[in-house]
Design a protein around this ligand. Structure first.
Ligand SMILES: O=C1C[C@@](O)(C(=O)O)C[C@@H](O)[C@@H]1O
Length: 146
């Protein structure tokens, strides 16, 4: 199994950015937690972080033909990133949307998530553990299909 992990705008600042919501772990540590769990499951993982929607889409389209599933935290694109939403949907792959915080418990403008409708799994509020939970969930879904 091969999983793509997309991290959206501002997640390069994890660890420094409002730790009340996003925790104290830098993105490198989150990535390594995902990789550790992927190693235990025998899953191949590729990661990207970008602050531009187009870069995420270009990377996704370069990698999607080899992949089985996607984990995406759309971050700053959550409320309006319709191009990325379409690109994810067009892959036809299993999709887990992850939010470190729980946007539903925050400012009203964060509550509309244009990605929620296309998600097979939706994890919010579990911090970096949400990525590992998403990986487990995608792995179970793939196993259930075989
Ligand atoms: O950048 C982010 C991070 C976030 O996606 C999260 O992981 O909790 C929540 C979004 O509202 C915010 O814009």
């Amino acid at each position: 199994m091969h999983v793509l992990v997309l991290q959206g705008p501002n997640l390069n600042r994890l660890g420094k950015r409002d730790p009340r919501f996003y925790g104290t772990h830098p993105l490198t540590e989150v990535t390594s937690q995902i990789d550790t769990r992927a190693g235990e499951l025998g899953v191949k993982v590729d990661h990207v972080q970008a602050n531009c929607e187009g870069r995420l889409i270009d990377w996704l389209q370069e990698h999607q033909d080899d992949a089985d599933a996607i984990i995406c935290n759309p971050a700053g694109l959550t409320n309006y990133g319709l191009s990325l939403r379409d690109a994810l949907s067009d892959t036809g792959l299993d999709l887990a949307i992850v939010h470190l915080s729980n946007p539903l418990g925050r400012e009203p403008w964060r509550r509309e998530d244009v990605f929620a409708e296309i998600a097979d799994l939706y994890l919010a509020g579990a911090g970096w553990h949400g990525y590992v939970m998403a990986l487990d969930g995608l792995h179970v879904r793939a196993a259930d299909r075989t």
